[in-house]
Design a protein around this ligand. Structure first.
Ligand SMILES: [Zn+2]
Ligand SMILES: [Zn+2]
Length: 214
């Protein structure tokens, strides 16, 4: 049974997630922590809960989601996983950080490349990797069928979808991915997006204005 802990970090208000289960193992997703106070908050939680981090995952390579990669890999000595098509953003992270006037450290090179159909395992839990490009070329969402939840990155938000005007973005591709891969999940699946509050597949299916047929 997965426990989801949400932190909201940096001026971009990115949702950083720690997923843990009864085994005590956890994975860290999209660490936006880019100052000492936020980094202490993240490691404090992991220490207090006596969790053992086993993997760091970036849902995609945008700077707000990777700003704390270096901190996490240094602090916990764990591998970094990302889709191949977003490595470009990691490599150029400091340039993007400068552009957005955001504090960030150069992320390490990834240790594992995620692709459609992969399974990520930690403790007794398993997440399936769906490649859903369009916000960024290498955006992935992570679906935990047993736990009825999906980590959506910047693909799908409550009442909105990811922007597609950034490098490598494409609106139609994004819509196709959301309708083909996310809207087919059970309606009560809880969606944890990269920014803002959580929602459900059913709620977005019924109300998300971006997903209405033209
Ligand atoms: Zn993004
Ligand atoms: Zn974002």
């Amino acid at each position: 049974m997965i426990t989801v802990k949400t932190f909201i970090f940096s001026e971009f208000q990115v949702n950083t997630y720690v997923l843990s289960d009864e085994s005590g193992q956890c994975i860290i997703i999209d660490p936006g922590c880019n100052n000492a106070r936020q980094q202490a908050e993240l490691s404090g939680y992991i220490g207090d809960q006596q969790l053992l981090p086993v993997m760091l995952i970036n849902t995609h390579g945008h700077i707000d989601h990777v700003a704390g990669d270096r901190f996490v890999t240094n602090a916990f000595n764990i591998p970094l996983a990302i889709h191949e098509k977003d490595i470009f953003f990691l490599e150029k992270a400091l340039k993007f950080a400068e552009f957005f006037a955001m504090g960030a450290e150069q992320p390490p090179a990834p240790d594992r490349l995620l692709k459609e159909g992969d399974e990520i395992r930690f403790g007794n839990s398993v997440l399936s990797v769906y490649h859903v490009p369009g916000h960024s070329p290498g955006s992935v969402v992570l679906y935990a069928m047993e736990d009825n939840l999906v980590i959506a990155g910047d693909v799908l938000f409550k009442g909105s979808i990811g922007r597609s005007d950034l490098p490598g973005g494409d609106h139609d591709t994004l819509i196709r991915g959301i309708t083909g891969k996310l809207m087919t999940l059970p309606r009560d699946t809880v969606v944890y997006p990269g920014h803002g509050p959580s929602t459900t597949i059913g709620y977005e299916y019924d109300t998300n204005p971006f997903l209405k047929e033209e």
